[in-house]
Design a protein around this ligand. Structure first.
Ligand SMILES: Cc1ncc(COP(=O)(O)O)c(C=O)c1O
Length: 393
């Protein structure tokens, strides 16, 4: 009897639907270029936006912590894993975010699946944007609150749902700051106004905004001049512009204390390795002072968007580093990505359930160290791939 028959069937179904995913090994530091399958390619789609994973000061800080503290933290933070390196990192995050306090989780995913069920409990209502990241969706699933999904960035719909939301103990509005697969920025001032008007609390996941938006790189809340509004709860990750690993929640002292006591993904998971904490602390410092790198990143994004426009590509224009090239069916997106790779550019195909059905895409994100030549190469490769793919249809 074949006990794994159901697994084989499941795999066959995923393959048939063009939703099968497989891993691709990167053989060098993933910056603007990387080596894959022994071939140097231009890498689009990386979240190492500022290149900080390879910054000499960040590496030095990690090396020093490795030598001083060893490789692991030895336990969950409430037991033996709370290395003093955490205090420094959390102070730096709170200072950058201009919040009273911050708390570090072991990833952004863990931050979201911890904070949402810890705050939004039975008797509450969560209002969540339909394009929010999977970690928010999973956090909502873990929460005992009632959930309502509002149409993407549709303030009328959000207000309509808020108007109907009587009888709940607390109302929570949750949104990505920069949407991870579309690259657009949530209209935070309007959402915050609605939150105030209808007595709701706003949670912003700024995974892709930290390091990029705002004069100090603090993210979308700073970008919109909302940092003084201490009731906004900010979550995010240290794995993208910060260049390492970890997640955070930046909020009031009391809220952070509550999370230490109630967020299950915080309580029941081991603390981060010392080198990771030290690297992130140095990277957050660098973020404050690297306005020119940020500008370069956004200039690269604009240059790529201009070239896409000139060459008739169908993409969603925006002001950020994430540029989605919408292809449509999963099969075609996959094929386009493969052909593009043959032309020396790697931009992963993003398919359902990461994006809605029929909107499979190449998620192209630029990083600060991409050169004009890299952007030119990307455009040439896109044109060549489009021709090759069109010939097949
Ligand atoms: C919007 C958003 N939130 C949270 C996460 C999760 O962060 P991490 O990779 O640190 O788990 C991501 C990363 O993919 C993201 O894009």
């Amino acid at each position: 009897m074949n006990h794994d028959r159901w697994i084989e069937d499941k795999i066959a179904q995923l393959r048939q639907d063009n939703l099968w995913r497989s891993l691709r090994s990167i053989e060098s530091i993933p910056l603007g270029r990387a080596t894959i399958d022994g071939k140097e390619i231009v890498l689009l789609g990386s979240n190492n936006y500022l290149g900080l994973s390879a910054h000499p000061q960040v590496i030095e800080a990690a090396n020093n912590a490795l030598t001083e503290f060893g490789t692991g933290s030895s336990g969950s933070r409430l037991t033996t894993g709370n290395l003093n390196l955490y205090t420094k990192l959390e102070r730096k995050i709170a200072s950058l975010k201009q919040t009273e306090a911050a708390i570090v989780f072991s990833s952004g995913y863990l931050a979201n699946i911890g904070v949402i069920p810890a705050l939004a409990v039975e008797g509450d209502l969560i209002l969540s944007d339909e394009l929010n990241h999977a970690s928010i969706i999973d956090g909502c699933r873990l929460s005992k609150a009632r959930k309502s999904i509002y149409l993407h960035s549709d303030l009328n719909h959000l207000e309509h749902l808020l108007k109907d939301a009587s009888g709940y103990q607390h109302r929570w509005i949750i949104t990505d700051g920069i949407f991870s697969m579309d690259g657009d920025i949530a209209s935070l001032p309007d959402i915050y106004d609605l939150a105030c008007q209808y007595n709701a609390r706003l949670i912003v996941d700024d995974a892709h905004g930290l390091g990029i938006l705002g004069k100090k790189g603090s993210g979308t809340v700073e970008h919109f001049g909302l940092s003084q509004n201490q009731d906004i709860i900010q979550t995010g990750t240290l794995s993208k512009a910060v260049g390492g690993l970890g997640g955070y929640v930046a909020a009031s002292k009391n809220l952070v204390e509550l999370l230490i006591n109630q967020a299950r993904s915080f309580i029941f998971s081991t603390g981060l390795p010392p080198a990771t904490l030290a690297a992130a602390t140095t990277a957050v410092d660098i973020i404050r002072s690297c306005a020119s790198v940020r500008q370069n990143l956004l200039k690269n994004a604009q240059n790529l968007q201009n070239a896409l426009l000139q060459n008739g590509f169908d993409f969603l224009p925006n002001e950020t580093q994430i540029i989605p090239l919408i292809i449509g069916p999963a099969k075609q997106a996959l094929h386009f990505s493969e052909v593009l790779f043959e032309h020396g550019v790697y931009a992963p195909a993003i398919r359902p359930p990461t994006v809605p059905e029929g909107t499979s895409r190449l998620r192209m994100s630029v990083i600060a160290s991409h050169t004009e030549n890299d952007i030119k190469k990307v455009i040439q490769a896109l044109i060549a791939s489009r021709t090759a793919v069109d010939k097949l249809h």
